[in-house]
Design a binder for this molecule. Structure first.
Ligand code: SAM
Ligand code: SF4
Length: 345
């Protein structure tokens, strides 16, 4: 395993069998995370990018079996934040010094292209970079977002295993999701994707394929999250993903895509109080502090125990900065594009 890790550090390449071997070996995790940390330092440095996350609607027309926002979860109280309030939250994020705002929601058709572009234009006046994560749209929509000023888009493939995807995302199409990722690139947005780790029926081979897929699409950002079962979904009794495996998938992603942006995800922090720290010391270089008003945050429940739900935006940010300084890292002062696009800043 040592030789495989060494090879990945030098060449940023591993084949499917090599990835499977590393994913299945329980003893290699410390060396793997240390190697990813070294590659992270070499390619993207010690600075951490903070992205202020606004969860602006929990309405969703889709029915993903793992997600608390799924259409058939009638126990969830639904909300939409209106445009002036979204702009106020973004303004507050910018005033707190955050250089990127991320707008995330369920797939909510109420936010038409016209409404979204109005919000995008308003936020771009604040001088911040803007990331969207609002699900599958047409190429024309993505182009309209880009023209209005959006910079990046996050759309996880969730899993590259078609059968598994169809089982857990009823009514959706893996090929359409794949096409959306291509369309985002065509529209000129930075492309973020990622996967869930620990979906029922998922194999280490399919996780290896996920990592190879990230390289194939030449992603700018990759978010890896352990799947956490939600009691009001069909997967309520599933075992759920393991933090250690999610960290290994993340570390391997850093080894193969050395200069991209990789968040220490909230789901990692939800599974363990030191989940994000371990991620930051195993290849991650991004954190997304939540800047949504506390009153809404409890309803954006993708999974139970979503970390820090009771904190105000200022408290969330303060906690994150303490964490970063506590491990000798610093907050980046630029907008934090993928290094190959960094002249945009
Ligand atoms: N609706 C958009 C979409 O699906 O792309 C964006 C919002 S969606 C809530 C963001 C991400 O949450 C999904 O890509 C999925 O990976 C993650 N997610 C949903 N349910 C989860 C769960 N139970 N555990 C961990 N992550 C989950
Ligand atoms: Fe909707 Fe996204 Fe949740 Fe799927 S993962 S139900 S698309 S919010």
């Amino acid at each position: 395993m040592k030789n495989l890790i060494k090879k990945a550090v030098q060449n940023h390449n591993l084949n499917r069998e090599e990835l499977i071997a590393l994913l299945e070996d329980d003893n290699c995790a410390p060396a793997l995370l240390a190697a990813a940390d070294e590659v992270r330092k070499q390619y993207v440095g010690d600075e951490i990018h903070l992205r202020g996350l606004i969860e602006f609607s929990n309405f969703c027309k889709n029915n993903c079996c793992y997600c608390g926002l799924r259409r058939d979860n009638h126990r969830l109280e639904r909300y939409r934040i209106d445009t002036p309030t979204i702009l106020k939250l973004a303004e507050h994020a910018a005033a707190m010094g955050l250089k990127t705002v991320v707008l995330q929601s369920g797939e909510d058709p109420w936010f038409t292209t016209g409404r979204m572009t109005e919000i995008i234009r308003g936020i771009k006046k604040l001088g911040v970079a803007l990331t969207l994560s609002t699900g599958e749209k047409s190429l024309q929509d993505y182009q309209a977002y880009r023209e209005a000023g959006a910079d990046r888009f996050l759309l996880r493939i969730e899993t590259t295993d078609r059968d598994l995807y169809l089982r857990h995302d009823p009514g959706m199409s893996w090929d359409s999701r794949r096409q959306c990722l291509a369309d985002l690139r065509t529209a000129g947005l930075e492309v973020g994707s990622g996967c869930l780790v620990g979906l029922p029926g998922q194999t280490t081979a399919s996780l290896a394929d996920d990592i190879l897929f990230f390289k194939q699409i030449d992603a700018d950002m990759i978010g890896i999250g352990p799947f956490i079962p939600h009691p009001d979904t069909p997967l309520r009794n599933a075992e759920g993903g393991k933090l250690d495996l999610a960290l290994k998938v993340m570390a391997l992603t850093r080894l193969l895509l050395p200069d991209i942006n990789i968040p220490a995800t909230t789901a990692m922090e939800t599974l363990a109080p030191d989940g994000q720290i371990r991620a930051l010391q195993g290849g991650a270089n991004v954190i997304m502090p939540n800047v949504t008003l506390t009153a809404y945050r409890k309803h954006y429940e993708l999974y139970p125990g979503k970390s820090a739900t009771g904190y105000t935006p200022d408290e969330s940010l303060q906690k994150v900065i303490e964490k970063i300084n506590g491990i000798g890292r610093t907050v980046c002062k630029t907008q934090g594009f993928h290094i190959r696009n960094s002249k945009q800043q």
